[in-house]
Design a protein around this ligand. Structure first.
Ligand SMILES: Cc1cc2nc3c(=O)[nH]c(=O)nc-3n(C[C@H](O)[C@H](O)[C@H](O)COP(=O)(O)OP(=O)(O)OC[C@H]3O[C@@H](n4cnc5c(N)ncnc54)[C@H](O)[C@@H]3O)c2cc1C
Length: 407
């Protein structure tokens, strides 16, 4: 592979790093830029679904993730006002469908560290921190990235540029690719506590609470090792100020109101603006988008990073073929496959997940919870539900999409 076939990547989050690893292992020269001086200590994603574990398993990463994360086959839905368990799903039902009938709760900074540990010794992969991509220029045979460093401006040529630079992607904006969709009025407040919801209240490692007044998600993560930490996610009033929402008084009152009568040690508090958006294309000439730069969704169901890692595998495989003389329209196929499933599955499912928890109207609410209970109680229906929530059916659908669908 010649140096002029070098692939540039903007963004050293988990998606950019995974692209770099997969391309680097094919002997392709890769140069990755990240604006930060080191890997982000990012607490956002944790849940890694079976479909993504299959992708990461092929790359030899799952054992390390399991070692530093938590393996969780079960998840539960609760009716918060009555405090009743509505439904429990066991991913073991997928034992014949996947080698990974569970999720691994692995915080995304740990996934990034694992990826970095593999990249560090690869002579054909350069990881350049403190490099901010500021502009792009496309020619028929190359793409040029303008990059700002502490010592000045630089230009870097590549055969292709992957924008894995997150939701505010400079690459996407520079390529003038629309980011279609909407932003939710409410934000999501994440409070992380040492309180052990499993030991005290019997919750599984992944819990969804339906509540017409204030839904909640509650998850366990391994953190620095036993006993681990629990993350709670709540909707935050669109009109309240960040200072009010994040004050000691407010965050303690929030946990007390939801899970009364306990004492909570809150170790992190984060507030996120939440979007449902998909780029109008994941490919424009020599520019390709993957991960959050291509799609954003609310975090209920934990699908954002999963989708991004799946993009990375799909893209790396096709880009390798193109660089080895394969047809250029494989990159159009990448865009079509990943954009279609992003809309049909991740957008649709994450919006439905949110609605399931927040529905207020009593008849519709009862219907939703009854449906969930019936689905969980019926092994055939539960398997279908799990194939979707674990993103396995999404991957099957993506693989079946051909360019004829675009016609
Ligand atoms: C509360 C919350 C919980 C979540 N939970 C889950 C979950 O359980 N499961 C799941 O799948 N997803 C989850 N997500 C979504 C997940 O966090 C994102 O999908 C994921 O971070 C996307 O990874 P990425 O590599 O595409 O982008 P990012 O992680 O945003 O990385 C982008 C990188 O690009 C760099 N960058 C940006 N601009 C430039 C530039 N101009 N030049 C150079 N570098 C640049 C940044 O420094 C950063 O390192 C959650 C999100 C939130 C908010």
């Amino acid at each position: 592979m010649k140096a002029d076939q070098r692939v540039l990547i903007s963004g050293g989050g988990p998606v950019g790093l995974f692209c770099a690893l997969l391309l680097g292992r094919q002997g392709i020269p890769v140069r990755l830029f990240d604006v930060n001086d080191e890997l982000q200590a990012d607490p956002r994603a944790a849940t890694t679904h079976p479909a993504t574990l299959e992708v990461l398993g092929k790359a030899g990463l799952v054992e390390d993730m399991a070692r530093v994360g938590l393996t969780a086959p079960l998840f539960q839905f609760w009716d918060r006002p009555s405090r009743e368990l509505v439904a429990q799903f066991d991913l073991a039902l997928l034992a014949k469908d996947t080698a990974y009938p569970y999720v691994i709760q692995c915080e995304q900074f740990k996934t990034s560290k694992i990826l970095m540990s593999r990249l560090i010794d690869m002579p054909n992969v350069e990881i350049l921190f403190g490099h901010e991509l500021t502009g792009i220029e496309q020619k028929s045979d190359r793409v040029t990235a303008s990059v700002r460093t502490k010592t000045g401006e630089e230009k870097h040529d590549g055969s292709y540029l992957i924008g894995a630079d997150g939701g505010r992607s400079t690459v996407r904006k520079q390529a003038e690719i629309a980011f279609e969709g909407f932003t939710w009025a409410e934000r999501f407040l994440v409070l992380t506590t040492t309180f052990d919801f499993n030991a005290r209240l019997g919750y599984s490692y992944r819990n969804y609470f339906a509540d017409p007044d204030e839904w909640c998600n509650c998850f366990k993560v391994a953190a620095d090792g036993p006993p681990g930490l629990w993350r709670t996610v709540f909707p935050a009033d669109a009109n309240a100020s960040e200072a009010d929402l994040m004050s000691d008084e407010a965050v303690h009152a929030r946990l007390q109101k939801f899970f009364p009568g306990e004492t909570y040690d809150i170790v992190h508090r984060n507030l996120y603006t939440i979007h449902q958006r998909v780029a109008s294309t994941f490919r424009k000439g020599r520019v390709l988008l993957a991960g959050d730069s291509a799609h954003l969704n609310n975090s209920i169901g934990g699908m954002g990073l999963n989708g991004g890692l799946q993009d990375a595998e799909n893209l790396a495989e096709k880009l390798t073929q193109v660089l080895n003389g394969g047809p250029d329209n494989l990159l159009d196929l990448y865009s079509l496959q990943r954009r279609t499933v992003s809309i049909e599955f991740v957008q649709a499912q994450s919006i439905a997940n949110k609605k399931q928890l927040e529905t207020r109207e009593p008849v519709a609410r009862k219907q939703t919870l009854d449906d969930l209970a019936r689905t969980a109680a019926d092994p055939v229906k539960a398997r279908e539900y799990l194939l979707r929530s674990s993103m396995l059916s999404m991957q099957t659908r993506a693989a079946a999409i051909t360019l004829n669908e675009a016609a």
